[in-house]
Design a binder for this molecule. Structure first.
Ligand code: GUN
Length: 280
C-alpha cells in the first residue's frame, strides 16, 4: 500500500503562503505593489476558458488581482502579439499568461517568446544557465514541491521522466538535475521504455496517454508522480494505471487530486515572485 501524496492539501498550504506573501508585499511597498496577473485566452474552447476562470479565482484567493482578456477564435497572430507587446510595456502589469493551446493559425512559439521573461508567470522562459531559477515552469516546480513536502530528497536518486514536452518533460528533467538527481528522460522514440522505468527510484510520467505506465513497469518501493490528465467517459484518469501501480509504489499521486491542483498553485508562487522582484 502506497502513501498517497495529497496535492490538494499541499496546494492549499501553498495558496495560504502566497496570500500571506502578497499581503506582506503590500504592507511593505503599498497597494501598488500587489501582485497581479493578466490571463489571455483565445477562442471558445470550453476547457481552456474554464481553466482560465479557475486560475483567476485562485488569484483572487491569494491576494493577486486577475485580469482576464478573452479574444475570439479568429484573432490574428499579429493582434495577439501587439497585445502582448502592450502588456509587456505596461508598468502596472506584473505577470502575463497566455492559455494554451492557441488556434492553429497562431504560432505558439512566437507568442510565448513574445512574453517578457520578467512577466512570464508560466516560467516557460526560465533559462537553464540561470543561477536564479526561481520562476520555474509551474508543473515541474509543483512536482518538486510535492516531493519535498513528502520527504523525498531526489539527490543522488535515479529519477526517470517519461515525456519530453516543453511544458513538463524537459523543464522537469532540468529541475531534477538542479536538485542533484540522476535523470533519464524517456520519450516516444525510446526503445523498451519499461527497461528504464523499472530502474526508477522516482518515476514522473507526463505523456498524456491513459494507463500508459502499468504495474510491471514499476520497481517495488518507487515514488510515482502522475502528471497525466486524460478523460475517459468524462472521468479524469492519469497516465499511470493506478490500481496496478499503487500496490508496488511507496508513494503515489492520485488523479484527480494529485499534481493538478498543485500546478495552479505553482502559478501563484510565480506571480508573487515576479511582483516581489518588481517591488525590490
Ligand atoms: N494549457 C495547459 N497547461 C498550460 C499551462 O501550464 N500554461 C498555459 N499557459 N497554458 C496551458
Amino acid at each position: 500500500m502506497a502513501v498517497l501524496i495529497d496535492g490538494k492539501a499541499i496546494a492549499q498550504k501553498v495558496k495560504e503562503e502566497v496570500a500571506a506573501g502578497s499581503e506582506a508585499l503590500v504592507r511593505e511597498y503599498g497597494e501598488a505593489a500587489r501582485p497581479n496577473m493578466t490571463l489571455i485566452v483565445v477562442g471558445s474552447d470550453a476547457v481552456s476558458r474554464k481553466l482560465v476562470s479557475m486560475k483567476a479565482a485562485d488569484c483572487e484567493a491569494a491576494g493577486i488581482i486577475p485580469t482576464v482578456i478573452t479574444l475570439s477564435e479568429s484573432t490574428t497572430e499579429e493582434k495577439l502579439l501587439r497585445l502582448i507587446e502592450r502588456l509587456n510595456e505596461d508598468e502596472d502589469v506584473r505577470a502575463i499568461l497566455c492559455q494554451l493551446p492557441l488556434p492553429e493559425h497562431i504560432s505558439t512559439k512566437k507568442v510565448l517568446a513574445a512574453i517578457a521573461p520578467d512577466k512570464d508567470v508560466d516560467g516557460f522562459s526560465a533559462r537553464i544557465d540561470s543561477d536564479d531559477y526561481d520562476v520555474a515552469a509551474c508543473t515541474p516546480a509543483a512536482v518538486m514541491r510535492m516531493l519535498r513536502e513528502s520527504g523525498v530528497d531526489v539527490a543522488g536518486k535515479h529519477c526517470v521522466v517519461v515525456g519530453r514536452s516543453n511544458i513538463v518533460g524537459k523543464p522537469m528533467a532540468i529541475q531534477l538535475l538542479l536538485n542533484d538527481a540522476t535523470v533519464t528522460v524517456c520519450h516516444s522514440k525510446t526503445r523498451d521504455i519499461a527497461e528504464h522505468t523499472k530502474r526508477a527510484d522516482v518515476l514522473i510520467v507526463a505523456v498524456g496517454r491513459p494507463r500508459f505506465v502499468t504495474g510491471d513497469m514499476v520497481k517495488d518501493g518507487a515514488v510515482v508522480i502522475d502528471v497525466g490528465m486524460n478523460y475517459i467517459d468524462g472521468r479524469p484518469v492519469g497516465d499511470v494505471a493506478f490500481d496496478e501501480v499503487e500496490p508496488k509504489a511507496s508513494m503515489i499521486t492520485p488523479v484527480p487530486g494529485g499534481v493538478g491542483p498543485m500546478t495552479r498553485a505553482g502559478l501563484l508562487v510565480n506571480a508573487l515572485t515576479l511582483a516581489e522582484r518588481k517591488a525590490k
